[in-house]
Design a protein around this ligand. Sequence first.
Ligand code: MRU
Length: 316
Amino acid sequence: MEVRAFQWKGDSLFLLDQRVLPEKELWQQLKDYRDVAKAIKDMAVRGAPAIGCVAAYGFVLGVMKGEDPELVYRTLWETRPTAYNLFWALNRMRKALEEGKDLEEEAKAIEEEDYRANKRMGEIGQQLIPKGARVLTHCNTGALATAGWGTALGVIRSAHYLGKDVFVWVDETRPYLQGSRLTAWELLKEGIPHSIITDSTAGFLMRRGLVDCIVVGADRITKDYYVANKIGTYTLSVLAKVHSVPFYVAAPKSTFDENSIGEESIKIEERSEMELKFIKHVPIAPDGSPALHLAFDITPPENITAIITEEGIIKL
Ligand code: MRU
């Protein structure tokens, strides 16, 4: 069965807790919008499109229970600052409320549209993947990060199901390990050949000619095509440029912030140093050393070969 990150059941939202994957497949039932906000903040659910969908259902839960819509909107809004889909989805839900639309139907439409956009990006994007390609990806951009199928991983998935014999290099993606824990889990479930690498292995593989292209997702794309994505994406783009490896970004239109221009316009989330200095509560760094944990970086358009969307390919 296809992997799903969340499921709406009419009066509650079920979330597959991504913090405990791959050891446990644990579903949480959420009935309160505050718990939805906490799940987004604590990254039980993550990935820009999935965050947007889940926030939309959180809005439904809050308004359904008679909570103040503005408070519900604000609480969900303040969870993660970089993923644009969060703000896009919340604004759409607030507008639906103002227009007297059925909120549950609107949230379902957001979910369905995201799933369709991913499938379409897969069809379009796979055309860029040569037969037998060794594709490198970063973070998790699969079914777990979206309403299903995935953005960058969706492109890889589509190429695989078309019999293109792809092989995937999976960046482990320090410190939250979305690559080794989540992307590898998805690929293994579907029998897509892959190997996990440390983030710092990527450059050497490119030098050895073992990477044919790179496909990553995005958390926010400005009007002039600066791309915010998981920390380490910018480094990969520089390495790709030096080694003449095509560098693709796959993202739905709901990730494009038409009101922001230039990299300074993007707020970069800074997360707790604890996520960097501990693995499963075991310290891996001296207690006294401070640590900087930026969750995202920004890749400039000059380092990007093309952006794949559900509406077509933007060549840069
Ligand atoms: O911190 P995360 O795990 O939410 O970051 C996710 C990413 O950076 C993804 O690449 C991005 O959201 C695109 S997901 C389709």
